[in-house]
Design a protein around this ligand. Structure first.
Ligand code: GLC
Ligand code: CA
Length: 569
């Protein structure tokens, strides 16, 4: 298998707004990232993914870009960014940034122009349609497609009376990829960033750039007028043509990384179409495959109880680990800025340290490029807001409005957002026990989680048995001469696939075989694994473990990496 820097990298996603505020305005910034580079080096990070820092009115915290060539003033300047690149590179850390090509902000000059008149030269850069001709259809928009963030994906513009499409917020109009001049401008812009020395991109919502150009109504069954029929704008064959063109014009000949984000459901065949080594499109893609194996999204029900489906979770990982083997590469991640905190999701607050370490073990022992999401390394938890006004995310704000209209009381909505909101992952990073968790000397843009006294980076650095130090140890194991090939490139085999809460697998490359044991429950128990007969513990999350021959007496959230020897040594 071809070795690449990005296959061996240890990734870390920074949500700049919430990472570290260097000037006391309550908003994290580029200088704040620079100040913390030594910390990231200490952790063992070799690749940073920066969520967007482009100029933006911040309707969606920067995923709504109004100028692709400049930096939002609250984050700093282009000089700051250049300094960040240099400082990161000095520490052997690569840097990639979000690249948002599905839509822009409504303040982008292209859109400002586009909406002026039907004949404006930028009109065709966006998707414009007239309202329906059939007055009995039950809606005013061009069709009945829903948006991810709002009921309809169309918004009427009063200048020309036509509707523009937006699959996210109404302040984020979708670009029209059928327009060659627009594509050309995007590709030029991407090259400009790579020429500055950037090491690649995470291509936001990239599988949505092409729409069903018949724009015909969805016939999906659902109670709502507007149908959440994401197939109307996902994974069309034409996306692959565009990505191939982008590969040839932008990425080819440069040693850079292109990671795509595929929203909505995507099959393994589709993933291979995007990432296959023979495809010349993307190096790897993030999907949401492993994110839905507990029922948190049902938590509007009054008698809801959280339940993890570990068999489902294992099968999702298994699909990726086995079906892409030798054909394509993949990232491994637990959460990003769009998900609840993983410890509140698949871990357990009561077993905070043990479950945090177990999640770390899985992240760093599967095949793929691991991406730690900032704060995950200390087991940061979901927000515990007691007021709906504390939510800042544009998606949460429209959800609150929608659920209130549907008759839900504020308490039910609060419970739902406690479990699902994207803001859960966007609270300020908990650096230490000082005011505002050491994130800012001013007023933070979003409330700090008050558990920062217990959970913070400073105290976990000091404590050798902390979650953070477990991440460090696992990272150095993954980089070590002895285990790197098995952990980064090795084959994967799932054991006891039907076990309801144990996740066990082997990783193997040449003569090194590892067996990874994880208990996704608070249960004690005993398990016999024939492979263990010649096993030696490499790392574990308890001080002591009880295993003899092939039988292990396990404890809550226990996680052990064994090395297996075929012959007794
Ligand atoms: C992606 C981003 C998300 C953003 C959306 C629109 O899904 O991860 O944060 O809201 O695209 O850009
Ligand atoms: Ca700041």
């Amino acid at each position: 298998m071809e070795k690449k820097w990005w296959k061996e990298a240890i990734g870390y996603q920074i949500y700049p707004r919430s990472f570290y505020d260097s000037n006391g305005d309550g908003i994290g910034d580029i200088k704040g990232v620079i100040e913390k580079l030594d910390y990231l080096s200490y952790l063992g990070i070799t690749l940073i993914w920066l969520s967007p820092i482009y100029k933006s009115p911040m309707d969606d915290n920067g995923y709504d870009v109004s100028d692709y060539y400049s930096i939002a003033s609250e984050f700093g300047t282009l000089d700051d960014f250049q300094l960040l690149l240099n400082e990161a590179h000095t520490r052997n850390i690569y840097v990639i940034m979000d690249l948002i090509l599905n839509h822009t902000s409504d303040e982008h000059p292209w859109f400002v122009e586009s909406r002026i008149s039907k004949t404006n030269p930028c009109r065709d850069y966006y998707i414009w349609k007239e309202g329906p001709t059939d007055p009995t259809c039950g809606f005013n928009e061009p069709n009945n497609w829903a948006s991810f963030f709002t009921p309809s994906c169309w918004e009427k513009d009063y200048n020309t009376g036509e509707y523009f499409m937006h699959i996210f917020s109404k302040r984020m109009p979708d670009l029209n990829w059928q327009c060659p001049e627009m594509r050309e401008e995007l590709f030029e812009m991407a090259k400009w960033w790579l020429d500055l020395g950037l090491d690649g991109f995470r291509l936001d919502a990239i599988n949505h750039i092409v729409k069903d150009t018949s724009f015909s109504n969805s016939s999906m069954e659902s109670n709502s007028i507007y149908k959440p029929d994401w197939d109307k704008f996902s994974n069309f064959a034409k996306v692959h043509e565009h990505l191939n063109e982008m590969h040839n014009t932008v990425f080819s000949g440069r040693n850079v990384l292109a990671v795509g984000e595929l929203g909505s459901i995507t099959s393994m065949e589709q993933i291979l179409d995007y990432t296959g080594y023979d495809r010349n499109e993307l190096n790897m893609v993030f999907t949401y495959d492993h994110c839905f194996f507990n029922n948190v999204y049902d938590s509007l029900n009054t008698n809801w109880i959280k339940e993890n489906d570990i068999i489902g979770l294992k099968s999702a990982f298994n699909r990726w680990q086995t079906q892409l083997y030798k054909k394509a590469w993949n990232p491994i991640y637990w959460l990003n800025h769009d998900h609840p905190r993983v410890i509140s999701h698949y871990g357990d607050y009561v077993f905070h340290e043990k479950s945090g370490k177990m999640l770390a073990t899985i992240l760093l022992t599967l095949r793929g490029t691991p991406f730690i999401y900032n704060g995950e390394e200390i087991g940061m938890t979901n927000a515990n807001f007691d007021n709906l006004d504390s939510y800042k995310d544009v998606a949460a704000i429209s959800k609150i409005e929608q659920l209130r209209n549907e008759g839900y009381c504020d308490n039910s909505i609060l419970n739902f957002l406690h479990n699902t909101s994207r803001d859960n992952a966007r609270l300020p990073i908990q650096w230490n026990c000082s005011l505002n968790s050491g994130f800012t000397s001013g007023t933070p843009w979003i409330e700090v989680n008050d558990n920062y006294f217990l959970i913070n980076i400073h105290s976990q650095i000091e404590d050798d048995s902390s979650i953070l130090n477990h991440y460090r140890k696992l990272i150095s194991l993954r980089k070590s001469i002895d285990f790197k090939d098995a952990l980064v490139y090795g084959s994967f085999r799932l054991l006891i696939a039907d076990h309801p809460f144990l996740f066990c697998y082997t990783r193997k490359e040449k003569d090194v075989t590892l067996l990874v044991f994880n208990n996704f429950s608070s249960n004690f128990g005993t398990i016999t694994l024939p492979e263990l007969i010649h096993g030696k513990v490499v790392i574990s999350n308890y001080d002591s473990y009880t295993f003899e021959n092939n039988t292990l007496d396990f404890k809550p959230y226990e996680s052990i990496v064994f090395q297996l020897f075929l012959k007794t040594v």
